[in-house]
Design a protein around this ligand. Structure first.
Ligand code: NDP
Ligand code: HSE
Length: 436
């Protein structure tokens, strides 16, 4: 059979990794796909830059539109990132009748509804396994492997850069900024690393996971998003002393009134497998009503792990090139006319436990005032630790773990605690999930 021609947009970390894997494993990939896969043209900005892959025999161009309009190209693989010109290129590729593969979670989270609508109208595939959790085939697992389940919740470490930073801070006491620089040098971070550290990248990925898990539209604007820039070495150490690890989690949970969609630093009991996922590794825990909890683990970023997902998508698309478009796996797992509009809950409606750290004046009665306020709001305390005031200072750190409470109630209590004259500065709050 005639080879399938790939047009590649981007030759950076993921693009370079994809060329490497396609070339190195060409025989195995052909045996799986049933046809040879040929990289016919690649676009990058600077053709003189040293690449991580061998580009011998590949036509190179600086014009990405040459790739998406090339009549020889069957599948366009978008690995440029960002929205502009990536969105236009993807739309133009679909207009030109080409299937699309992308690792661009921002593009899918923000414009996926529109992109999939166009692809469906044209009978084309858009595959995006590499957009979530790098090398872990989590899209395939959720969309196909778990399709007999009603998904109850999922929780994932879905940003490799943040997990790498938190691990290095905990294990080696390293400085946040230093570790971030290393993550950038290793190719893990987004071109704008604030997307990583402020939780935006994880929110893009959670948007996609939730849509596939619950059959809801992609709605990035409804994800509550907090990053790790406010997590201090002190909080990491106190959490550890209490038997917890701090991870940036993306959580999607179906509750009676709707769906919780949130990304934030989270304390997890250290006995949980997911609490021991370190470095650039990602993990997604999915609770289905039939299967129970399942855990998916692997490298969340980096050239070849991400290329593994891109190439798997290429093989998938090649295998189904000749199948009837009506009978392909739907882009978002559920049939497009069966997507439902379950409400996304505001953050104040969620219920979870909390870690609180406050700076209290070292005098009798202060802790009693704090616990009285919590009790007045029906908030039960699970644990309290009180530290010595540092270097003869007048205030000491108090750390508390609460039981599950509605966030609105906790916010009211925190406001009252912060108004006490014996409490210095804001109360630090980190959500805690037992993931049981
Ligand atoms: P890089 O910055 O390493 O690579 C981007 C590539 O796109 C470069 O080769 C660049 O060319 C090329 N490019 C950018 N703009 C243009 C343009 N206008 N025309 C032609 N080429 C262009 O990014 P990554 O490989 O890290 O990321 C690519 C995508 O994959 C992003 O969506 C990212 O979120 C996603 N992703 C990344 C992962 C990772 O571990 N890095 C993991 C999972 C997903 P040049 O090299 O000449 O500058
Ligand atoms: N910047 C992302 C991360 C790349 O660190 O997880 C993988 O999506």
């Amino acid at each position: 059979m005639k080879p399938v021609n790939i047009g590649l947009l981007g030759l950076g970390t993921v693009g370079g990794g994809t060329v490497k894997v396609l070339k190195r494993n060409a025989d195995e990939i052909t045996r799986r796909a049933g046809r040879e896969i040929h990289i016919s043209v690649v676009a990058a900005r600077d053709l003189n830059r040293t690449r991580i892959c061998d580009t011998a025999g590949i036509r190179l161009t600086t014009d990405p539109y040459e790739v998406v309009t090339d009549p020889e190209v069957d599948i366009v693989v978008e690995l440029i990132g960002g929205l502009d010109p990536a969105k236009d290129l993807v739309m133009r590729a679909l207009d030109a009748g080409k299937h699309v593969i992308t690792a661009n979670k921002m593009l899918i989270a923000l414009h996926g509804n529109e992109i999939f609508a166009k692809a469906s109208e044209k009978g084309l595939m858009v595959a995006f396994e590499a957009a979530v959790a790098g090398g872990i085939p989590i899209i395939k697992a959720l969309r196909e492997g778990l399709s007999g389940n009603k998904v109850e919740w999922l929780a994932g470490i879905i940003n490799g850069t943040c997990n790498f930073i938190l691990t290095e801070m905990r294990e080696k006491g390293r400085d946040f900024v230093d570790v971030l620089k290393e993550a950038q040098a290793l190719g893990y971070a987004e071109s704008d690393p604030t997307f990583d550290v402020e939780g935006i990248d994880a929110a893009h990925k959670l948007t996609i996971l939730a849509s596939i898990a619950f059959g809801i539209p992609l709605q990035f604007d409804k994800v509550w998003t907090e990053g790790i820039s406010g997590v201090t070495a002190l909080d990491v150490a106190y959490a550890e002393a209490l038997g917890y690890r701090i991870k940036l989690l993306g959580i999607a949970r179906r509750v009676e009134k709707g769906i919780e969609l949130r990304v934030h630093p989270t304390l997890i009991p250290e006995r949980r497998l997911i609490a021991n996922v370190n470095g650039v590794m990602n993990a997604v825990l999915v609770k289905g009503d039939a299967v129970g909890p399942t855990l998916y683990y692997g490298a969340g970023a980096g050239a070849e792990p991400t290329a593994s997902s891109v190439v798997a998508d290429i093989v998938d698309v090649v295998r189904t090139l000749t199948s009837d478009p009506e009978n392909r796996v739907p882009h978002l797992a559920f049939q497009p006319d069966a997507i439902s509009d379950i409400p996304i809950l505001p953050i104040e409606d969620i219920e979870t436990a909390y870690y609180l750290r406050l700076s209290a004046e070292d005098k009798p009665g202060v802790l009693a005032d704090v616990t009285r306020i919590l009790a007045n709001h029906n908030i039960s305390i699970e644990a309290v630790i009180q530290k010595e005031p540092p270097n003869g200072e007048s205030h000491l750190p108090v750390i508390m773990l609460t039981q599950k409470v509605q966030e609105r109630k906790l916010n009211n209590a925190i406001r009252e605690i912060e108004a006490l004259s014996a409490i210095n500065g804001p109360v630090k709050r980190i959500r805690l999930e037992t993931l049981g």
